[in-house]
Design a protein around this ligand. Sequence first.
Ligand code: ARG
Length: 268
Amino acid sequence: MVKKGAIIAVVIALLTALAACGKSTETSSSSSGEAKKKVIVGTDAAFAPFEYMDKGKIVGFDVDLLDAVMKEAGIEYELKNIGWDPLFAALQSKEIDMAISGITINDKRKQTYDFSIPYFEATQMIMVKENSPIKNALDLKGKTIGVQNATTGQEAVEKLLGKGNKNIKKFETTVVAIMELLNGGVDAVVTDNAVANEYVKNNPNKKIKVIPDSKHFESEFYGMMFPKGSDLKAKVDEALKKVMKSGKYAEIYKKWFGTEPNLDKLLK
Ligand code: ARG
């Protein structure tokens, strides 16, 4: 018969091992035995429905997609809400390993960062009060326009009104830009379509409407962003493709947007 003492010793050893597992949040052992760091992913969680704070947790379409992709790739990660402007600096200094934040892939950013394959199609739209005289992008001339600093929304407005135009008001977050619209501090906000639509849907009492203008706002594609040369890109791309083809992407898309995605356009 096995001694009671021996059993207790084994149980204690097991519990100690378990406790150690729970504690090691920063590192984990890879199959080859060497310690590997958790991948740190940065975001600006003030951009519903892509990423926003809900009861102290970061949630949204990007958050669910990231989780599906990282699970598929077998990568352990931690998502951190660090804000929009700091995202770019933190990636460049490799303080974080990647970013997901409704980030539009464009040539300027591609000079400094690497991007995953595109995972979402978007375009800029105009948010105004329901009684606003603004009907399209050209009507923005002479009006004050709120944008989130260093976004493609800012770029789109600069293209229309000229860079450095004093009527372009830049805010740290899209949420603050929308607050300014409500307060009458700006006449319009230019931001990504899904974000504008989500706000109007969730705040019918605020009397805000969304104006599309496909003539002046081009189609944009979101990608996950990496420091240049990151070896994460290939792994993430492969997993992202699998998630798109397996039906998981469509499931997440339907949860957040209520419709079927057009995957052909993203995968071509
Ligand atoms: N798509 C736009 C851009 O890349 C806006 C993204 C803003 N994202 C955010 N989480 N605040 O410039």
